[in-house]
Design a protein around this ligand. Structure first.
Ligand SMILES: *Cc1c(COP(=O)(O)O)cnc(C)c1O
Length: 457
């Protein structure tokens, strides 16, 4: 029999609904607090930043939320994405495990981020928004939203973390090609940016700082500009569920079911996207798939952070949410997976990790690049350094299966390609990449610097 490598779906198989884990989760969502008042946040608090369509999704307890036809139409540019059996990698590892990956790098901007950029721009458009602001780390989110804003005729200002702005000029050129304005963050454009620059003119920036700048611009725009976030928030995780819903159908086509589902985590959205539909099958369908979230040793919010209320940004302007956090003042080292340098983690995902329904593990940067290069040399695809965290974990699982002789089925999400990350690959190939381990003694300091929230019973 001929061996199949790609499992493809038709456009009619693009999901008609986003899946909301909160409808089935045993973990009750923790409410958000207003950063100014310290009181429970109301939908009105959010309306300065987001259109009502997205706020409703943020707090919805409905199991399935219909995807607007206009959004499904735009998804057709690249969805359904392929599920690929990594046969050449299996052979290289000489493992009895079957390794599958869902490839989100086929999206026009190169990552899964378009799955939420398109609906975010769409809901803003129908609410009458004319312009949006956002931050970007590695530039993946900025390019996805830049494309989506152009589709719906919205202006976009992007605050790009300084270290990425310098390391990845081509991502900026892409955003500018899509028609957006890009500023290096910290920037002289905002009060918060000026404050950070005054203290440290050479600041490398952080996602937390860039979020503060983008939020500040939207909050003081008299309602003319809204803000978009590429991860962390519940509506973002919801939009990403198309990944896992398609993967369920594709694993079915392959005639297998995963023993373990793996994704890298920055804010948690691509992992949630592939994992939550499988978690539903664990909770409701009697399956027992392990769900494994992989983060860098350098920014280990799930494995070393504390589970507490903290600000979503550095300036303390974004809503206060309950999550695993390294503290909103955490300054991440300049690792090459820029998209994984966030101090916190999606509250929905944090709650599930805390409840023991999802496992988390951290990995070192040098092994990540080693895995990335091995993957490129066997499967041909050059992965984003972020996605390579999931590749490494999948390879480790496959090697454990080899040692035990177990015929394990592994599924991981390949969240994006690394065509804009070649400078980082060059550093790796010329021996200039080092490991950075988050210092254990920092953990004790986190709790001293988070907002004091009197929890509402
Ligand atoms: C942004 C990004 C990530 C990290 O963000 P999540 O919200 O955790 O998914 C991972 N991979 C790629 C390719 C990204 O662009």
């Amino acid at each position: 029999m001929e061996q199949q490598t790609k499992y493809l779906l038709n456009e009619s198989d693009i999901p008609h609904f986003w899946y909301n884990i909160n409808a089935d989760s045993p973990v009750k969502p923790a409410p958000a607090y207003n950063p100014q008042t310290g009181k429970l946040a109301t939908p009105d608090d959010f309306s300065v930043l987001f259109p009502m369509g997205l706020i409703e999704q943020e707090v919805s307890m409905e199991r399935f939320i219909e995807i607007p036809e206009e959004v499904r139409e735009a998804y057709k540019l690249y969805r359904p994405t392929p599920l690929i059996r990594a046969r050449r990698l299996e052979k290289f590892l000489d493992t009895p495990a079957h390794i599958y990956f869902k490839y989100e790098g086929v999206s026009p901007s190169g990552s899964h981020k378009t799955n939420t950029a398109i609906p975010q721009a769409f809901y803003n458009k129908i609410a009458g928004t004319k312009a949006m602001t956002t931050e970007t780390g590695a530039g993946q989110w900025g390019s996805a939203l830049a494309m989506a804003c152009q589709f719906y005729d919205l202006d976009l200002e992007v605050y790009m973390v300084r270290v990425s702005y310098d390391q990845k000029p081509y991502r900026r050129f892409l955003m500018e090609t899509y028609g957006s304005k890009v500023f290096a963050s910290p920037s002289p454009e905002t009060n918060f940016g000026r404050k950070v620059l005054a203290e440290d003119p050479n600041s490398a920036g952080s996602l937390g700082i860039a979020i503060s700048e983008a939020v500040e611009v939207a909050a003081f725009s008299n309602g003319t500009k809204k803000y978009g976030l590429g991860s962390v928030l519940h509506h973002v995780l919801l939009h990403q569920s198309v990944i896992g819903e398609e993967a369920l159908k594709q694993m079915d086509l392959a005639g297998e079911y995963p023993d373990v589902v793996i994704g890298c985590v920055g804010g948690g959205s691509n992992f949630a996207g592939i994992a939550f539909p499988f978690l539903r099958e664990n909770l409701k369908g009697g399956q027992r798939t392990r769900l494994l979230a992989i983060e860098p040793d350098a920014t280990p919010s799930l494995t070393k952070g504390i589970y507490a209320y903290d600000f979503g940004d550095s300036a303390g302007m974004a809503p206060i949410v309950k999550m695993f956090t390294l503290g909103h003042d955490f300054m991440p080292p300049a690792i090459h997976a820029g998209g994984l340098r966030y101090h916190g983690m999606a509250p929905t995902l944090s709650g599930l990790v805390d409840a023991g329904l999802i496992e988390a593990k951290s990995v070192p940067q040098t092994r990540v690049f080693q895995a990335a290069v091995q993957f490129a040399r066997t499967e041909g695809i050059l992965p984003a350094p972020e996605s390579a965290h999931a590749i490494l974990a999948a390879m480790d699982e496959a090697m454990i299966a080899k040692a035990t002789g177990e015929k394990k089925t592994i599924l991981f999400n390949l969240s994006g390609h690394g065509h804009f990350d070649l400078a980082s690959y060059n550093k790796y190939l010329t021996g200039q990449i080092e490991d950075y381990i988050y210092p254990q003694e920092e953990v004790a300091k986190i709790s001293q610097n988070i907002p004091q929230i009197v929890e509402y019973a």
